[in-house]
Write a protein that binds this ligand. Sequence first.
Ligand code: HH2
Length: 278
Amino acid sequence: MALVMGVLNVTPDSFSDGGRFLGVQDAVAHGRRLIGEGADILDIGGESTRPGADPVPAAQERERVVPVVAQLAGDGADVSIDTMKVAVAQAAVAAGARYVNDVSAFRHDPEMAAFVADSGASCCLMHMLGQPKSMQRDPRYDDVVSEVKAFLEARMEFAVAAGVEEKRIHLDPGIGFGKTLEHNLELLRRLDEIVALGRPVVIGVSRKAFIGRITGREAGDRVFGTVAANVVALTRGARVFRVHDVAATRDGLEVTAATLAGRWPQTTMSRSTTTTTS
Ligand code: HH2
């Protein structure tokens, strides 16, 4: 059961859509457009994590995202807050978000784990080597897949020890977060080893630089490469697909899922809530 997570960046500097949805009404309209294209969940972020990005103070991040979360959650959308900061997560959950997507896997704000536990929200724990400011400076691993897997396992243990129910945890290898092109491709190729941890795997390849390295295309023109990488991830067992291009990705995933299942017509994709996915 694949779920599409639509990306909604309320930032001036995100790598592919920075500045496009900084106004509340522009952001809300885009969120509604993504839902119309078939997004199961909207991932709303107020701080870019692109390589080299500068951190944003919590108050500013909160001001960017909370009105957008409130309106879209008010529409009935399933909303994820993409933040490393517990203050932002608290405000977003109070405004209606039910999923906390923390690219630091609760390392930036260790209290995030207790907050997620108490709130009953679901969460995504992602692997990142270093910090966004410096993560792409010569990242090295002996075996990227086993190191990412061990990290995710340890972070899941940390979350569970803090009271987060295991069934509410999703895991993400963090494509592009302190990884070379070869690391990203190996993680995709061997994603089944991460899936073997037993939790739903989130994959975020959308428009990322490694696709540009292969195709020679700029960020706004990487939709075909994005769909291809998501299709590979689906075949390796990924469950949640974080993308800017929702309609194209849904089509690619639906055709792949129907083909692999060997029957048609059928319901291959769920539009139900992500937050209790287990
Ligand atoms: N990638 C980005 C941001 N958040 N969260 C998860 N779980 N997985 C990802 O791969 C991931 C993520 C980066 O993409 P984007 O939001 O488009 O860019 P920016 O960080 O510049 O806002």
